[in-house]
Write a protein that binds this ligand. Sequence first.
Ligand code: FMN
Length: 301
Amino acid sequence: MTIRTIDPKEVATAEVYALMSGAVAPRPIAFASTLNAAGDVNLSPFSFFNMFSSNPPVVVFSPLSRIRDNSSKHTLENVLETREVVVNIANYAMVEQMSLASTEYDRGINEFIKSGLTPEASTLVKPPRVQEAPVAMECKVTDIIRLGTEGGAGNLVVCEVLLLHVNENVLDEAGKIDPYKLDAVARMGGDYYTRANGDSIFELPKPIRNKGMGIDQLPEFIRNSNLLTGNNLARLANTEKAPTAAEVEAFQSDPLVSYTISKYKSEPAKLQYELEVLAKKLLEDKQVEQAWKVLLLSQRN
Ligand SMILES: Cc1cc2nc3c(=O)[nH]c(=O)nc-3n(C[C@H](O)[C@H](O)[C@H](O)COP(=O)(O)O)c2cc1C
């Protein structure tokens, strides 16, 4: 394994940008609608974006000064003038229109018109929201934090969310956002994007619901397995305690286990391997308790 180590002070800003934006990925996209002091509408996407607080509800995005000439983006100038923004969430259905809106049109050009998206009057702030967006957040800008003075410097636009608009089409029956319905898109390095949909969405139970024993507490033969990956071990180690000897014993009569044991009875090394294969399958099938039992059984035979 060869690691390349880069000192950002030693390379061009564009290279630092390319490396970091490739690595810090995927990034969600704030599709920001703002007005200048004259009331001209602007709509631009920003993937240096996230939520940072829920009480108060705060999102932050960062228009960089342009690397090529240190000029400011219109969105930054607008929030400095008017201190209001609507942060719309972009999804797959509008990704090309969102990208089109990122064109560097002249100041005063309305990217709603250029991108063909529909402005919908906001309730508490002056910039309109994007009607097609699954979620739109009306915000007041509480802080603008300049991170530098040279080209490529970020400007954190700290936005307190005053009002959220959520299209009911993206809600599940419990009123929560259904990630499959949201169909979010996110930016990666270069021209790459990703779409949160289908197989790319998966669930991982939060470890805060229990206190997993940790990988250090797994029996040594499990920790040293050549077959089980770091993810497999972590899933096992998210269990509070291993099954008891009696539970392990009882599992010996499970059809798959007893079949494997009787098949490889005369070849202990092969049996150990096959039981580990079975445990790995069970783990990947979220049958953690059974995987534990198979692994512990593998030591008995
Ligand atoms: C998906 C996407 C994400 C972007 N994220 C950022 C960003 O986080 N910061 C930034 O300065 N520019 C970002 N850009 C580029 C701006 O959208 C682009 O410079 C835009 O023209 C700025 O518009 P404005 O000058 O009207 O504010 C992004 C572009 C796209 C397509």
